[in-house]
Design a protein around this ligand. Sequence first.
Ligand code: PGA
Length: 260
Amino acid sequence: MNERKKLVVANWKMNKVYVEGLILANTIIAGLEKNQGAAEVVICPPFIHIQTIYNMLKEHLKLHVGAQNCHYNYQGAYTGEVSAAMLKSVGAEYIILGHSERRTYNNETPEIISKKIKNVISESLTPIFCCGEDFQIREKKEHFKFVKSQIEESLFDLSAESFSKIIIAYEPVWAIGTGIVAEPEQAQEMHLSIRDFIASKYGNDLADVIPIIYGGSCNASNSKMLFNQKDIDGALVGSASLKAEEFLEIVKNRNNSPNN
Ligand code: PGA
């Protein structure tokens, strides 16, 4: 048994109007009451659902609520933005940062992501930092180098103390929303390479306790094999998190994995 936190994170993206979101959260909570295990479960809905889902959480369940983005400043004249402090004030504990969709559609640079990470840590929230290569980079066999550079650019100026708060999500862009999941061995070798890279900067003790989760077309049927890999500590789940039964099955697979 290793000491790393095991977790399954739901990334609802821009889906579910208010009532639909509550129904989904309610069904997930009811399912977790019947089948609770060691894994932490984090629901990252659109902003509008956060407070209500937070109010629905039951203390005995390992269930938390998070957000999919935030601004890097505490407050100010940033029309349309939401800060980490605001998200914390309505119950968010985790914030997904650097997702490839935000890098692509919102032009988020490594510098912006780095500022967001620092702000989230300063609010005592947990950043879930996403990294991953696209298909062309993998074709050129530059994926290890690329993912390391993403980590270096946005995270390696953190102190060891701050770095210890991070969760890494390896999400190959070619697997996100495509139905093409990484082979468990492909994901494992990348997770191990990320862990080794963290160790080269912060030492083995810290690298050993950083959760590294996988994202990209993870579903009920492929999650079992992924979770059996030694360095895969959980999953960041997009489309399969919008179906309560399927998401609960993924949580069950995480809880039943021999790699706990
Ligand atoms: P997907 O999305 O599970 O729909 O591939 C994962 C993600 O983007 O976090």
